[in-house]
Design a protein around this ligand. Structure first.
Ligand SMILES: Nc1ncnc2c1ncn2[C@@H]1O[C@H](COP(=O)(O)OP(=O)(O)OP(=O)(O)O)[C@@H](O)[C@H]1O
Length: 298
């Protein structure tokens, strides 16, 4: 698989703030990446540098094998949907759709209009009169219908309700299956998006602290649920990430994998086994690396 983005020893400072502090990673083609981390971790700054909207203080970024700065061949293959996307003052929703084909060579107009309908966006309304959620929906429509080979969504769902977020995930995964491309999604809602992420990059205070395939991560832990005493007997001696009581029941997350005999024992004891929450696992794995409480909630 070829690399769409290669980031090597990347630094970005704003005065004394080290927003990005020596990061290296690669993004492979045809995968969905989650760029995760707490507020101020450096996610937006990294995406801005990939999209050539910000100069690095030091380090190297290659996108499709080249520098993206003032490079139209590369920039025409990137769609970057920002959290605070700005549009010209007078723009209507339909003006955004009319402009898009000149920016994105793979723009699919029919798909765009079907998304506009599904997100219930008013074509004739001024962008500046849209609600926060509607504005996010416009970004999502552009991001999806652009079909850009590298599409980056930076917290694309501010103000979006759960129904609209579900619609976004469903349309993204369906369209991605038909038109494979590389997607980087920055988000705090890890569990909500975990089903669509194939790879996670976790940033903490400007540093990359986790770079892992989602499947490999999931195999590092499991959840077990049942009556408190049975769960406690089963997890004795195992590395417990969390233990949550629900009345007389308990659900516990354990680090490590189970062999066949242990699985059989769990079933015989009447316990339920399930994959662990990605959010919980990432928080646990990153706590040690980030030095404590800071990673408690991503
Ligand atoms: N233009 C700027 N001038 C000064 N500091 C900045 C600037 N842009 C970002 N920063 C700082 O750089 C750090 C990283 O910010 P960034 O926006 O990349 O974080 P983020 O991970 O995207 O956060 P969030 O999840 O809240 O959007 C923060 O400390 C932020 O205050």
């Amino acid at each position: 698989m070829s690399d769409v983005v290669e980031v090597r020893d990347l630094y970005k400072s704003f005065g004394s703030v080290k927003a990005v502090d020596g990061i290296s990673f690669s993004v492979q083609s045809g995968k969905i990446y989650g760029l995760l981390g707490r507020n101020g971790a450096g996610k937006t700054t990294i995406m801005q540098m990939i999209a050539a909207q910000l100069f690095a203080t030091d380090g190297e970024i290659k996108v499709f094998g080249q520098s993206s700065y003032e490079n139209n061949r590369v920039l025409s293959r990137i769609c970057f949907i920002k959290e605070s996307q700005k549009y010209p003052e007078h723009f209507l929703v339909e003006d955004v759709l009319a402009l898009a084909p000149s920016i994105f060579p793979n723009w699919d107009e029919e798909f765009a209009y079907s998304l506009i309908e599904q997100f219930q966006l008013p074509l004739k309304r001024r962008i500046k009169k849209l609600s926060r959620g509607m504005l996010s929906s416009v970004g999502i429509v552009v991001g999806l219908a652009s079909r850009a080979p590298l599409t980056m969504f930076d917290e694309p769902y501010l103000g979006l309700d759960a129904v609209a977020r579900g619609l976004f995930y469903d349309r993204l995964i369906e369209d991605y299956a038909e038109h494979p491309r590389t997607i980087i999604l920055s988000t705090h809602l890890i569990d909500e998006v975990s089903r669509i992420l194939e790879h996670v990059l976790v940033i903490d205070r400007g540093k990359l602290i986790l770079d892992e395939e989602t499947e490999a991560l999931r195999e590092q832990a499991f959840a077990v649920a049942g009556t408190a005493s049975t769960v406690d007997t089963f997890i004795a001696g195992k590395r417990t990430i969390s233990r949550e009581p629900f009345g007389t029941f308990v659900s516990a997350s354990i680090l490590g994998s189970l062999n066949a005999a242990e699985r059989q024992r769990a079933v015989a004891l009447g316990l339920e086994l399930a994959p662990v929450s990605l959010q919980q696992l990432i928080v646990h794995l990153t706590n040690g690396k980030s030095g404590g409480k800071e990673a408690e909630a991503l």
